[in-house]
Design a protein around this ligand. Structure first.
Ligand SMILES: Nc1nc2c(ncn2[C@@H]2O[C@H](COP(=O)(O)OP(=O)(O)OP(=O)(O)O)[C@@H](O)[C@H]2O)c(=O)[nH]1
Ligand SMILES: [Zn+2]
Length: 365
């Protein structure tokens, strides 16, 4: 089978990034020391070459992950080796990463990349969740995370067939919670809005779907994949083999073009290092903050706070400011936690170095 790599999002001007004698391939799935990749020749298994192993030993962020573009080398004996990971345009990283690491460039040795080269981040929030309405705070948090990854967020208010009251009011509230972000109403069951979602994938773009359990992520992916995913499941059921023997695709090319990355890790992705993202999602507050009397105003009890004034005048919903405070606290907590971990790593490293020096008799009193 010959695969047209442009359908996987490959851009021909990236050929210059490949080491001599290698071809491009996209990682569809990883498994300890090996990856399933899609190359022009089709789906192949590739082991990690020495470059990749060495880089990953120094920092696990260098490990290939689903969505990565990699340089693939064919070995003389007909096997394939993964020679290097090409620079990422975006990355979802879990834990232990410094601010400079957008795109997964450097970490503190603790981070893990969950998905790479994601262009569009769908934030799915159910219009109705049992008896509750859509949670605007959760949308803000996931939109911030989406910006932080380097992808473009798009909010999807799902299961709209269950929503009986003014949907337009809800959509207006959501739009105000995510300035500059497209918001669509979707009912995967009724088929409403699915085309709007699909339109974001034009040009072979890659997307993930974030959102709470029950938001309808799988149902939406099935609707986008039309029957493709359903068929796989039927085949799986028909051949009677256990789940572990069937290959579960984590990079799903859609029949209408575009790709979805769906992995357990990306489904559980929460709130990590994200102060840049917080600024972007709260651009309205950041703008008001420019008029506060103090440049480091915390928008609490400070005199001359333009943000508090906007709340009093009704220009800014108080819930917005509360969400901002909550996200600031979470971001500060995450940063403190990362610092503490960094410090204990540092202490441990020096203990080992001192011990080694004593052992080799080079220690000075
Ligand atoms: N009424 C209605 N129900 C929906 C819609 N989309 C999904 N559901 C139902 O909501 C439930 C949860 O949907 P899933 O697609 O499994 O949700 P999920 O986000 O993938 O959930 P997790 O797998 O737990 O993360 C299922 O019973 C779906 O049939 C919709 O548009 N309308
Ligand atoms: Zn202020």
């Amino acid at each position: 089978m010959l695969f047209d790599l442009s359908l996987l999002g490959w851009q021909d001007d990236r050929y210059s990034e490949l080491p001599a004698g290698t071809v491009p391939a996209r990682v569809a799935r990883v498994d300890r020391g090996a990856a399933e990749v899609i190359a022009a020749d089709g789906t192949l298994q590739a082991r990690y070459g020495s470059h990749v192993r060495r880089a990953a030993a120094a920092d696990p962020i260098a490990l290939p992950c689903v969505g990565d573009w990699v340089a693939l080398r064919r070995l003389p004996e007909g096997r394939y080796e993964l020679d290097g990971v090409l620079p990422r345009t975006s990355a979802f990283v879990r834990g232990g990463v410094s601010r400079t690491s957008r795109g997964g460039l450097s970490g503190d040795g603790q981070g893990q990349v969950l998905a790479a080269n994601v262009d569009v981040v769908f934030v799915a929030e159910p219009s109705m969740h049992s008896t509750d309405f859509a949670d605007l705070g959760r949308i803000e948090r996931l939109v911030a995370l989406a910006w932080e990854s380097g992808g473009t967020p798009v909010v999807l208010i799902t299961k709209t067939d269950l929503f009986e009251m003014g949907l337009d009011d809800l959509l207006a509230d959501v739009a105000a919670s995510a300035p500059g972000v497209d918001v669509h109403a979707v009912s995967s069951l009724a088929g409403d809005g699915v085309d709007l979602v699909r339109a974001h994938l034009a040009g072979s773009r890659t997307a993930v779907v974030l959102g709470p359990s029950g938001a309808g992520k799988s149902t939406l992916v099935n609707a986008l994949a039309q029957d493709a995913v359903m068929e796989t499941q039927q085949v799986r059921a028909a051949d009677g083999r256990g789940r572990h023997t069937t290959v579960h695709r984590e990079l799903i090319p859609l029949p209408g073009g575009g790709l979805i990355i769906d992995t357990p890790g990306i489904r559980r992705v929460g709130l990590y290092e994200m102060s840049d993202g917080v600024d972007l999602v709260f651009s309205d507050i950041e703008e008001l903050a420019g008029q506060c009397r103090f440049s480091d105003c915390g928008h609490g009890e400070e005199p001359g706070c333009a943000v508090q004034e906007a709340v009093e005048s009704g220009e800014l919903p108080v819930r917005r400011l509360q969400s901002w405070h909550k996200l600031q606290r979470e971001a500060a907590w995450m940063a403190r936690r990362a610092d503490a971990r960094l410090q204990s790593e540092e202490t441990r490293k020096w203990k080992i170095i001192h011990k080694e020096m004593r052992r080799s008799g080079r220690a000075r009193p």
